[in-house]
Design a protein around this ligand. Structure first.
Ligand SMILES: Nc1nc2c(c(=O)[nH]1)N[C@H]1C(S)=C(S)[C@@H](COP(=O)(O)OP(=O)(O)OC[C@H]3O[C@@H](n4cnc5c(=O)[nH]c(N)nc54)[C@H](O)[C@@H]3O)O[C@H]1N2
Ligand SMILES: Nc1nc2c(c(=O)[nH]1)N[C@H]1C(S)=C(S)[C@@H](COP(=O)(O)OP(=O)(O)OC[C@H]3O[C@@H](n4cnc5c(=O)[nH]c(N)nc54)[C@H](O)[C@@H]3O)O[C@H]1N2
Ligand code: SF4
Ligand SMILES: [Mo]
Length: 701
C-alpha cells in the first residue's frame, strides 16, 4: 500500500488561503490537515474544509461530459453522457454559431473565485476568450466597490500587515465576521488582546465575532460612512487628527475637515440608528488609542453607498495617522501587495486579442434579458454558480432558459447552473490539478501540485480550454501552454520562483515584513505616494470626489419601507463557501434548512414564532424559509445566510430571488445587503415538500 503526504493550498474564496497537508493512500485522498509551520494557517483548517474530502470523494462528482437531450431547467434527466470529442465539438459549434451570427462579443465567459487558483481560474480561460474577442467579464460580484474605493484612496488594494495586528491597542472589526470568514486572523486578534488590546466589532448583527468582542456596535446596514464621518469629527475635535502626517502623506484633509463640520455625533448616531453615547465613546477611544487597527470586511460594501463607505472607514485611519505604527491603519484586502500581474498572462505579447466590450457580471440577469446589444448568445460558466449566487434570480433564470442561448458549464458536481447548460464538462478538484495562489488576507504565495488522479474523465479547466481552442481551429502556441508554463509565466517577474515554491510550497512574497508599518512614511501606490481623501477623478464617475456618505438605496427608501418594512441582509454562512458544499450532507446538515432570522419584535408583530414557514418576498421575487426568532438582529432587520441552492430549496428559489441588479456608487458592485422585504406565513408543508437529493438527481444523467 502506498501512502504519501503532499503540501497544497486550500483553493476556496477565503482570505486565509491555508496551506494544507493532503494524505494520499493508493491514489485516493484520505486525510487533510492544516500546515503546522505556515505562519497564518498555524496547523488548523476550518470546520467546512476539515470535510473537504467529502466533496473530493463524493459519489456526486461529475465524471463524464454531458450533453442536453431534453428541456432546460429541469435537471439531470435532460442529459446524456458524451465523449470528450463529441462534447467539445458541440461547444466549438455553439461558439462558432454565435460568432458567425453576432460577432465574438456575443460570447460571454462568466467565472469567479470557485477556485482562487490563478492557473485554473484566471489564465487559460480568459486567455482563450481574449483571443476570440469575446466580451470581457468585469468581475464585480464580490469586491468591486472595495477595489475601486481602495484604488481611489490608496492607489491599490493595500493596508496594514495582518499578522502585525498583534501590536494594535484598539482593534475595530468593521463589517467582518472573522470567526466565519477570516478565521485565521482571529488568533492574532486574541494575541493583541492578551497584550492589552480592546476589540470592537461594528456589525448590524450580533455575530459570534461580535459576541466575543469587548464591544459590539450595531449600526443600520449601509450607514457606515455616516458613522465613520461622525467618528472622524470626534477625533478632530479631540485634537487627535495627526495633522503633520495628514499634511505630508494625504491630499484633501482641509476639505474633509470642512465636511466634518456637518457631521456632529448626533447626526451620525441618528443616521446609523445608534445611541449618541455609543458613537461618542467609540470616537473618544479611537482618538486616544494608538495604534488602532481597522480590519474592514466585505460586508460593509454590499450596499449602494459601498464605495463611499470603504473610503470613509479607511479615511478614519488616515486621520488618526495610524499607518505610522506597526499594526495600525486599515486593511480590507491584501491583494494589492501581491506582484503577480494577470494581464500579461491573459493577453501575452504576440497573441492577438481584439478589443471587446466589457460586461458587468453582477448584472447577468439584466444582460441575459435584453440589456446587452448585441445580445449574449453563448455563455461559458466556470468556477461559479450564478443561478444560485447572482442577484435577481427570477429574471436570471428566465434569461438562462432562453432557447437562443447556448450555455456551457464546467463543474465538479451538478449545481443550479448546470440545470441550464447545453453542455456540462467535468472539472478536476484541487488535489487533482496544479495551481498557484496569492491571498487577499495575508502575504504568502502557495503552489499546489496534483497529488491524485481525477475521477472518471474529469479534466482541469485549463485542459478543457486547450481542447476547446483546438476544436475551434485556433492554433496560437500560447493556447497550448501547460499548467506549469502558466504558473511560471505568472511568477516571471515576481519575488518568488516556481522552483522555490516547488521546494517549499509557500513563500512570503510581497516585500512587506511582519511587524512593519509599510506606509509609515506614506509611499502609498498612488502616483505621488499620497493617500487621496479628495479624488477629482471620481467626479467623472458620478461620485463625490471627497470622502462622504451615500445612503443605502432600498434600506433608506421610506416609500418602499411602507410596503416592505424589513431590511434583509444575507451574509456568509459558516459551513458553506458561497454555494460550494451546499449539496453535501454534512455541510447541509450543519447549516440546516434556509431560515429567515427576525428580531422577536418583528416576529411578534406578525404573529410568527420560531419554526413557522414564511414566504419572504418583494417586487422581484420570493423564497421560502423557516422563521428563526433571533435577538442577534435588531428590529426592522432580517437576515438569512447566502448561497443555498435553488434546486435543493423549498419553492425552488433562494435569497437571490429578492436581491436586485443595482450597481454600487463606485466599481459597479452588487448590493446584496441593500434589500427590502416582507414576510408572510405559508402552510408548513411547503417547507417539507419533497426535494431532490443531489446524488439521486445526478444518477439520472
Ligand atoms: N464560511 C464562509 N466563509 C466565507 C464565505 C462563505 O460563504 N462562508 N464567503 C467568502 C467570500 S466570497 C467572501 S466575499 C467573504 C465575505 O466575508 P465577510 O467580509 O465577513 O462578509 P459578509 O459575510 O458578507 O459580511 C460580514 C458581516 O458584515 C455585516 N454587515 C452587513 N451589512 C453591513 C453594513 O452595512 N455595515 C457593517 N458594518 N456590517 C455589515 C454582516 O452582518 C456580516 O456579519 O467571506 C469568504 N469566506
Ligand atoms: N445573497 C447574496 N448573494 C451573494 C453574496 C451575498 O453576500 N449575498 N455574496 C456574493 C459573493 S461575495 C460572491 S464571491 C459570489 C460567489 O458566487 P460564485 O462565484 O457562484 O461562487 P460559488 O457559489 O462558491 O460557486 C463556485 C463554483 O465553482 C466550482 N468550482 C470550484 N473549483 C472549480 C474548478 O477548478 N473548476 C471548475 N470548473 N469549477 C470549480 C464549485 O464547484 C462551485 O460550484 O456570491 C455572491 N452572492
Ligand atoms: S476556507 Fe479559508 S479558513 Fe478554511 S481551510 Fe480554506 S483558506 Fe483556510
Ligand atoms: Mo466574495
Amino acid at each position: 500500500m502506498s501512502r504519501a503526504t503532499h503540501s497544497g493550498a486550500c483553493p476556496l474564496d477565503c482570505p486565509d488561503t491555508c496551506t494544507w497537508q493532503l494524505t494520499v493512500s493508493d491514489g485516493r485522498a484520505v486525510g487533510l490537515r492544516g500546515d503546522r509551520d505556515h505562519p497564518f494557517t498555524r496547523g488548523a483548517l476550518c470546520g467546512k474544509v476539515n470535510r473537504y474530502l467529502d466533496a473530493v470523494n463524493g459519489p456526486d462528482r461529475l465524471t463524464h461530459p454531458l450533453v442536453r437531450t431534453g428541456p432546460k431547467g429541469v435537471g439531470p434527466v435532460s442529459y446524456r453522457p458524451a465523449s470528450w470529442d463529441e462534447a467539445v465539438g458541440r461547444v466549438a459549434a455553439g461558439l462558432r454559431a454565435s460568432i458567425d451570427r453576432d460577432g465574438p462579443e456575443a460570447i460571454l465567459p462568466y467565472y469567479f473565485a470557485g477556485t482562487m487558483g490563478l492557473v485554473q481560474g484566471w489564465t487559460m480561460g480568459p486567455r482563450l476568450f481574449a483571443h476570440l474577442g469575446a466580451s470581457r467579464l468585469d468581475t464585480t460580484i464580490c469586491t468591486a466597490a472595495a477595489r475601486a474605493a481602495l484604488g481611489s484612496l490608496f492607489g491599490g488594494s493595500v493596508g496594514f500587515e495582518p499578522e502585525s495586528i498583534v501590536d494594535a491597542k484598539l482593534i475595530v472589526l468593521w463589517g467582518a465576521n472573522l470567526l466565519s470568514t477570516n478565521l485565521h486572523q482571529w488568533p492574532f486578534v486574541q494575541e493583541a488582546r492578551q497584550r492589552g488590546a480592546y476589540v470592537v466589532t461594528i456589525d448590524p448583527l450580533r455575530t459570534d465575532t461580535a459576541a466575543r468582542s469587548d464591544e459590539h456596535v450595531a449600526p443600520l446596514p449601509g450607514t457606515d460612512a455616516a458613522l465613520a464621518l461622525g467618528l472622524m469629527r470626534i477625533v478632530r475635535d479631540a485634537g487627535a487628527a495627526d495633522r503633520d502626517w495628514l499634511a505630508a502623506h494625504t491630499v484633501g484633509w482641509p476639505e474633509l475637515s470642512a465636511r466634518l463640520d456637518e457631521w456632529p455625533a448626533e447626526r451620525a448616531a441618528a443616521e446609523c440608528g445608534l445611541d449618541v453615547d455609543v458613537v461618542r465613546r467609540l470616537g473618544e477611544r479611537i482618538a486616544t488609542t494608538r495604534p488602532t487597527a481597522i480590519r474592514v470586511g466585505l460586508g460593509a460594501q454590499r450596499h449602494r453607498g459601498a464605495g463611499q463607505a470603504i473610503r470613509a472607514i479607511c479615511a478614519l485611519s488616515l486621520v488618526t495617522g495610524d499607518f505610522r505604527y506597526p499594526g495600525g491603519g486599515a486593511l480590507c484586502t491584501t491583494s494589492g501587495h501581491h506582484r503577480v500581474p494577470l494581464d500579461p498572462v491573459v493577453r501575452p505579447r504576440g497573441m492577438p486579442a481584439p478589443p471587446a466590450r466589457s460586461i458587468n457580471m453582477s448584472r447577468l440577469a439584466a444582460v441575459l434579458t435584453g440589456e446587452a446589444d448585441p445580445p449574449v448568445t453563448s455563455l461559458v460558466v466556470f468556477n461559479s454558480n450564478p443561478a444560485a449566487t447572482a442577484p435577481d434570480q427570477r429574471r436570471l433564470r428566465a434569461g438562462l432558459r432562453r432557447a437562443d442561448l447556448f450555455t456551457v458549464v464546467l463543474e465538479q458536481r451538478w449545481t443550479d447552473t448546470c440545470d441550464f447548460a447545453d453542455v456540462v464538462l467535468p472539472a478536476t478538484m484541487q488535489p487533482e490539478h496544479l495551481d498557484l495562489h496569492t491571498s487577499y488576507g495575508h502575504h504568502y504565495t502557495t503552489l499546489n501540485l496534483p497529488a491524485t488522479r481525477a475521477p472518471g474523465e474529469a479534466l482541469p479547466n485549463t485542459e478543457i480550454f486547450r481542447r476547446i481552442a483546438d476544436a475551434l481551429g485556433l492554433d496560437h502556441p500560447r493556447l497550448s501552454d501547460s499548467d506549469e508554463d502558466l504558473a511560471r509565466q505568472l511568477l516571471r517577474d515576481g519575488p518568488v520562483s516556481f522552483e522555490e515554491l516547488r521546494e517549499r510550497t509557500y513563500a512570503r512574497a510581497t516585500g512587506v515584513a511582519v511587524g512593519s508599518a509599510p506606509y509609515a512614511e506614506g509611499g502609498f501606490p498612488t502616483p505621488d505616494g499620497r493617500a487621496r481623501l479628495l479624488d477629482p477623478r471620481l467626479a467623472g464617475q458620478g461620485v463625490d470626489p471627497l470622502v462622504g456618505y451615500t445612503p443605502p438605496a432600498e434600506a433608506a427608501d421610506p416609500e418602499l419601507a411602507r410596503r416592505f418594512p424589513l431590511v434583509l441582509i444575507s451574509p456568509a454562512g459558516r459551513f458553506l463557501m458561497n454555494s460550494t458544499f451546499a449539496s453535501l450532507p454534512w455541510h447541509a446538515g450543519r447549516m440546516g434548512p434556509p431560515r429567515v432570522h427576525l428580531h422577536p419584535a418583528d416576529a411578534a408583530a406578525r404573529g410568527l414564532t420560531d419554526g413557522d414557514a414564511v414566504r419572504v418576498h418583494n417586487d422581484r421575487g420570493e423564497f421560502l424559509a423557516a422563521v428563526a426568532v433571533d435577538e442577534a438582529t435588531r428590529p426592522g432587520l432580517a437576515f438569512t445566510y447566502k448561497a443555498y441552492w435553488a434546486r435543493l430549496s423549498p419553492g425552488g428559489t433562494t435569497v437571490n430571488a429578492v436581491t436586485a441588479v443595482r450597481d454600487t456608487d463606485l466599481g459597479g458592485g452588487p448590493t446584496f445587503h441593500d434589500t427590502r422585504i416582507e414576510v408572510e406565513p405559508v402552510p408548513a408543508e411547503l417547507l417539507t415538500a419533497d426535494l431532490p437529493r443531489v446524488e439521486e438527481a445526478v444518477s439520472g444523467a
